[in-house]
Ligand binder design. Structure first.
Ligand SMILES: Nc1ncnc2c1ncn2[C@@H]1O[C@H](COP(=O)(O)OP(=O)(O)OP(=O)(O)O)[C@@H](O)[C@H]1O
Ligand SMILES: [Mg+2]
Length: 323
């Protein structure tokens, strides 16, 4: 045993490129541009990236649902060739839910339990526990088609867990779930992880990603950075952030000016200007430059957050690609 839950090397995936018509050239989408990814058994890892970054495609390649270039091993098995040997150790919740509309909540959970070969009592116990946890007990006899979007997602998550998988792969698990329950879910994933289950999630919501031990940033088909939240944050130059509210409706031009004059990373957030700095001695210079162009309403200094970190790595990887 390697101790690795997943080892993916050089995974590339393109879509399109074959047009049926001789007059149109089909567009090729490079969804994955060579992803190397290793995680240990017992890890809690979140892939974070904007829409279209390649998260779902990568998950589907890991699971052997899509054929890709490169090599993938899951729990020491080669994918997709040895998929059948490990499928019952994996719980996968796809981004697009696939539930039968005419089954009841309880029937759906039993259905998934049977697929994974759970015996009668074992299945009943597991269904009961999950109905309670996901607050689905009162809906147990309702047909799936009558559930709200968030309830369907809760059910889908319960079905993913019904056979006690060792490896959980959850693609955008909390889309459509209300904000309070959303964070409860992430706490629950953490709890499952503490019980020894390896977890991989995807999201484009920053505060969700922060709940995982490791975070991988995905952008344009590449894994551009990974590490713990602390690791990632300390790699960003500018240990603190100055947030300045001004008279301007857009601080875009001002951000460029401060970037050039003070040699600091800047970000424009509508009427707010954010300036990253290491040394406090630069603050006076930044503020006097801003005052030359506009009035200042408020000033705050804060620690850079995960979004800042993501933007920093996105900019750096773009610069590397362009050079
Ligand atoms: N079956 C497909 N055929 C053609 N293009 C596809 C297909 N699946 C994905 N793509 C393209 O591959 C790229 C990556 O898509 P993917 O769904 O993996 O992104 P994602 O990071 O999961 O995004 P989201 O956050 O919106 O779920 C996108 O440009 C998408 O349009
Ligand atoms: Mg996706």
């Amino acid at each position: 045993m390697s101790g690795l839950a997943i080892e993916a090397i050089g995974v590339k995936k393109e879509f399109g490129g074959k047009s049926k018509s001789p007059f149109t050239k089909a567009q090729v989408v490079k969804a994955l541009r060579g992803v190397d990814f290793r995680i240990k058994v017992g890890e809690n890892y979140c892939l974070l990236g904007p829409n279209g970054a390649g998260k779902t495609t990568f998950i589907r390649c890991i699971l052997g649902l899509l054929k890709a270039e490169g090599s993938v091993r899951v729990l020491d098995h080669i994918m997709p060739d040895e998929r059948n040997k490990i499928i019952s150790s994996i719980g996968y919740m796809p981004q697009e839910l696939s539930l039968y509309p005419d089954l009841s909540v309880k029937e759906t959970m039993h259905f998934f339990g049977r697929i994974f070969g759970l015996r009668n009592q074992e299945r009943k116990d597991s269904v009961k526990k999950l109905l309670n946890f996901f607050l689905l007990k009162q809906w147990k006899d309702s047909r799936v088609e009558n559930l709200s979007g968030g309830m369907k997602r809760r059910l889908s998550l319960a079905c993913t867990l019904v056979h006690n998988p060792k490896l959980l792969i959850l693609d955008e698990p909390t889309i459509g779930v209300d904000p309070t329950l959303r964070l409860t879910f992430w706490d629950y994933f953490k709890e499952l992880n503490e019980q020894g289950i390896t977890i991989i999630t995807t999201t484009h919501v920053m505060d969700e990603a922060e709940k995982s031990r490791l975070i991988g940033f995905m952008r344009e088909g590449k894994l551009i950075a990974e590490g713990t939240y602390q690791d990632l944050r300390t790699k960003v130059p500018g240990k603190r952030k100055l947030v300045v509210e001004t008279d301007l409706e857009s601080s875009k031009n001002l951000a460029d000016i401060i970037h050039t004059k003070c040699a600091c990373q800047t970000q424009s957030k509508g009427f707010k200007l954010e300036v990253f700095y290491d040394d406090e001695s630069i603050i006076d210079e930044i503020l006097s430059q801003i005052r030359e162009h506009t009035n200042i309403h408020s000033i705050q200094t804060v620690l850079p957050n995960l979004e800042d970190t993501f933007i920093y790595f996105s900019k750096s990887s773009k610069e590397v690609q362009e050079n």
